[in-house]
Design a protein around this ligand. Structure first.
Ligand code: SAM
Length: 232
């Protein structure tokens, strides 16, 4: 079976949806969505030849060719307008995910849901939603094999709640995640403990340095650590 991470993504796919998985690698998510009868049709998009071949092979073994298509190309360029209801993009940085959405903006009309799993830079994705007429409707944070993942789900619309009337500023909620902040799960706490730990290591290195720019960087990082201490 597939990873808990991909299963969690699949849970956000409405039944009967036509789903594109962009950057599908071995098309494991697309296959799962078909085999479990969640998606009515899937499109697996891949930029690179190796994973594209792997996806073709995987879909071929399912013998569901009439309900699946594997396409090689950059981001949303593999899609025609109106072809899918849901787009999943998982396992890339938030910056890359946002730039894929940005570059393919013309393919987003008619799309009812985005399910995104940025490996880093979740904040960039939340900001992209807000600036581009997508409303965050759900978030999940989870751990698998010692790695923490966040899954962000959005639908067309404009932001009202949950970004305001909270004890955190908009900037802070974009970083932490408004739903994650509300839920305050132990995994969220662990994520920020890890983050703090990482900065402590950087600080220890910088404190050994006698470069003039180190002092400025130390101040910035200390401010960051102070913020994390307040959050968790
Ligand atoms: N989505 C899968 C998952 O979450 O397990 C695979 C993640 S893998 C780390 C990222 C995949 O995205 C790679 O197979 C890579 O070739 C592909 N990729 C990177 N940039 C892409 C782009 N602009 N368009 C389509 N695929 C891309």
């Amino acid at each position: 079976t597939i990873s808990k991470r991909l299963q969690t993504i699949a849970r956000y796919c409405p039944e009967g949806a036509r789903v594109a998985d962009i950057g599908s690698d071995h098309a494991l998510l697309a296959s799962y969505l078909l085999v479990k009868g969640i998606a009515s049709h899937v499109i697996a998009g891949e930029l690179n030849e190796g994973p594209y071949q792997a996806a073709l092979k995987q879909i071929h073994t399912l013998q569901e060719g009439h309900r699946a298509s594997v396409r090689k190309g950059d981001g949303l360029a593999v899609l025609r307008s109106g072809e899918v209801d849901v787009i999943c993009i998982a396992g890339m940085g938030g910056q890359l995910i946002s730039s894929i959405l940005e570059a393919g903006a013309d393919k987003l009309s008619g799309v009812k849901r985005l399910i995104l799993q940025p490996n880093v830079g979740e904040e960039v994705v939340r900001r992209w939603f807000m600036d581009n007429g997508w409303r965050l409707i759900a978030e999940t944070i989870m751990e698998e094999d010692g790695i923490i993942y966040e899954i962000l789900v959005a639908e067309p619309g404009h932001v009202t709640l949950p970004y305001d009337e909270k004890d955190r500023t908009l900037e802070e909620l974009l970083r932490i995640g408004p739903f994650l902040w509300e839920e305050k799960s132990p995994v969220l706490e662990q994520k920020w403990l890890n983050e703090r730990e990482k900065w402590h290591k950087v600080l220890a290195q910088l404190q050994k340095s006698d470069k003039p720019e180190a002092a400025e960087r130390i101040k910035q990082i200390q401010a960051e650590v102070k913020w994390i201490d307040e959050v968790i």
